[in-house]
Design a protein around this ligand. Structure first.
Ligand code: E4P
Length: 216
């Protein structure tokens, strides 16, 4: 499973990309608004840091306008996946953008049927939102499992991005279910890399080494 970073914060993208683990970036209007910078400027910086698709979302809600906006967004850099919300207008936009060879990431996917429709419209990626389903007491990871099974059964090559991940267990379970990609907030990536036994084990190695040096 590939790991994308789910943020528009350049410092976070820079640090995680230095770890050598990031193969794409997802943003959304809320994440970009938090940074308070122009989209073009943020993307210009991201492309220097990450070699892989960068998802940027349209804010239009009507198909014609989504297509116009998507064409503009796709011009900003070579590897843009335009995020399109999972609505019927969105499906129309995706099927038109497929003819232009513009990769779309259908976002705000909360059911297997939505994922299937997005794939059939021609989405390159679909993003089931795990955490937001868990928030309302349903089974977010179960949705990832169902979409993986359905796409495998029908040989659908749309890539599944497990999104809205809130903690390391979500990432682990996404991998176990066979998601192609997990898009992970920076704080969760930090937690994934750490373990108290790694910290205590390292401290013990260093202490033992130091006491040996003192004895010599
Ligand atoms: C990913 O594409 C989404 O933008 C993101 O994962 C949403 O996460 P949230 O539910 O924590 O806002």
């Amino acid at each position: 499973m590939d790991l994308y970073i789910d943020t528009a914060n350049i410092d976070e993208i820079r640090e995680a990309s230095e770890w050598g683990i990031i193969s794409g970036v997802t943003t959304n209007p809320s994440l970009l608004a938090k940074e308070g910078q122009k989209i073009e400027d943020v993307i210009d910086e991201i492309v220097t840091l990450v070699d892989g698709p960068i998802s940027v979302e349209v804010v239009a809600t009507e198909a014609e306008e989504m297509v116009r906006e998507a064409r503009e967004v796709a011009q900003i850099a070579d590897d843009i996946a335009v995020k399109i919300p999972m609505t019927t207008e969105g499906l129309t936009a995706v099927s038109r953008l497929r003819e232009d060879d513009i990769a779309c990431n259908v976002t705000l996917v909360f059911s297997a049927n939505q994922a299937l429709m997005a794939a059939r419209a021609g989405a390159a990626f679909v993003s089931p939102f795990v955490g937001r389903l868990d928030d309302i007491g349903t089974d977010g990871i179960g949705l990832v499992r169902d979409v993986v099974d359905i796409f495998a059964y029908y040989d659908i090559d749309t890539r599944i991005i497990s999104a809205s991940l809130r903690h390391p267990r979500h990432v682990h379970e996404s991998a176990m279910m066979g998601a192609h990609i997990a898009t992970v907030p920076f704080g969760v990536l930090q937690k994934m890399a750490s373990h108290p036994l790694t910290d205590s084990g390292l401290q013990k190695f260093l202490d033992d080494w130091k006491s040996m040096e003192e004895d010599l």
